[in-house]
Design a protein around this ligand. Structure first.
Ligand SMILES: *[C@@H]1O[C@H](CO)[C@@H](O)[C@H](O)[C@H]1NC(C)=O
Ligand SMILES: *[C@@H]1O[C@H](CO)[C@@H](O)[C@H](O)[C@H]1NC(C)=O
Length: 223
């Protein structure tokens, strides 16, 4: 097929995709990717890796923040079905189990999310120059509002933003996703978590505020 032929095919595909109303889609069951989190007007930045299981509604997040030549050694296992998450500290071999607000689950577009719009990020002029994406928005408990961008094809999450009066904007970009997970143990807490008792709170953190607090902890290590 020549270049023009490819172009026509892509245009037809894009046209076909855009004539259907975007769906509240669910991401592929198992995925691995990377993220960058920005909060506090750019003051708090962290990067790391994500393993996600849309079927079991579980996510493992590892922070790669390097402070000098040291990393924080903390990672998080979020179990949305159990409404709990583990904060795992590999430096001190200690573990906390805390309550998780599961009102926002990042592996799908929430059922009550509203469509802000559909755009092509990049260019639609040739194959490989752009990605068709849908932007969704909605509200969260405690005066939060979010928006999130998923690709139309594949339902791959690209960015999440949330705003709380207390924290301002927290923005999470995810990228380099591949389908599948390398290590099934990602979704099981390590042995030293067995004794951790669930800590409940009046206002349990959600997906966004858990990541935010992790970024803040990385910041503290810097002093
Ligand atoms: C890490 O950094 C500290 C201080 O910055 C230094 O003393 C130490 O030798 C470094 N360790 C390695 C393995 O580079
Ligand atoms: C949410 O906003 C309302 C109205 O401004 C306020 O009364 C309430 O305290 C806020 N709740 C939180 C958790 O900030």
């Amino acid at each position: 097929m020549n270049f023009l032929g490819v172009l026509t095919c892509v245009s037809v595909l894009l046209a076909a995709a855009s004539t259907q109303a975007p769906k509240h889609c669910v991401s592929p069951p198992l995925m691995s990717g990377q993220f960058t989190l920005m909060a506090g007007n750019g003051v708090y930045l962290s990067t790391g890796s994500i393993s996600s299981d849309a079927f079991g509604k579980r996510m493992r997040v590892r922070n790669n923040v390097m402070v000098g030549n040291q990393s924080t050694g903390i990672d998080e296992l979020m179990l949305f079905n159990e409404e709990a998450y583990y904060e795992i500290n590999w430096k001190t071999i200690s573990c906390k189990k805390k309550q998780l607000d599961s009102s926002f689950i990042p592996m799908h577009v929430p059922e009550d999310a509203r469509l802000m719009g559909q755009v092509i990020m990049g260019s639609s002029s040739s194959w490989g120059m752009g990605v068709l994406v849908n932007t969704w928005y909605g509200t969260l408990p405690n005066n939060g509002s979010y928006s999130t961008v998923f690709s139309e094809i594949g339902c791959i999450p690209m960015t999440y933003s949330v705003h709380y009066p207390q924290t301002g904007w927290i923005t999470l970009s995810t990228y380099n996703w591949v389908l599948g997970n390398v290590n099934p143990m990602d979704y099981h807490p390590p042995f030293f978590c067995q004794k951790a008792k669930l800590e409940v709170s009046d206002m349990p953190p959600n997906f966004f505020t858990v990541l935010h607090s992790l970024a803040l902890q990385s910041k503290k290590v810097k002093h």
